[in-house]
Design a protein around this ligand. Sequence first.
Ligand code: ADE
Length: 223
Amino acid sequence: MRIDIVTLFPEVALAPLSDSIIQRARAAGRVEVRAHQLRDWSAAKHRRVDDAPCGGGPGMVLQPEPLFAAVAALRGPNTRVLLMTPQGKPFKQALARELAAETHLLILCGHYEGVDQRVIEALVDLEISIGDYVLTNGALAAAVVCDAIIRLLPGVLGDERSPEDESFSDPAMLEAPAYTRPLKFQGLAVPEVLISGHHGKIAEWKRQQALARTRTNRPDLLP
Ligand code: ADE
């Protein structure tokens, strides 16, 4: 897979993807990630890329010219063009799985008051939001989306089973609590059942705990 990110802050987009599991995936060639400076496609004075909103209002809007030029330069025959924006479709594990099957993602990052609507209508296949809050720019959001996608690529996680066991593999359930050694710590014990060796009982305990946790933390997920 190849991922191109177009942003005013390439270092911000790349920093979270330059360590640990994701960096190893990049080094092993399982994914090629590049971040590009949007201003490199500006033909304006002082490499300007934004202007005031038509009709008035606060903030600045990213202009169409540099974004059209960036997409023309980076798009290939099998590219899916994404735009990071709080107005987008909510990013969920199912969408991460869908995007992990693509061969080339081109991620445009919004900034200021947004992006000229002609960019969205002419170039963008999917607008994505990572949550109901507003970040200062889309570069951090792009890194979040890339991390969630890259860890799903074949061979990236050491234990191939782990993506199936975790929260949101079943979209309506969080993961059960986890424990490790020591079995007693400051008077707090690991639940008996987990050291019983009884796989059926352990599975049933995990199911109950996952359900209780989902009820408490994410009742919206339950039918
Ligand atoms: N840019 C600013 N806030 C965002 C969000 N919540 N999701 C995606 N992109 C954003």
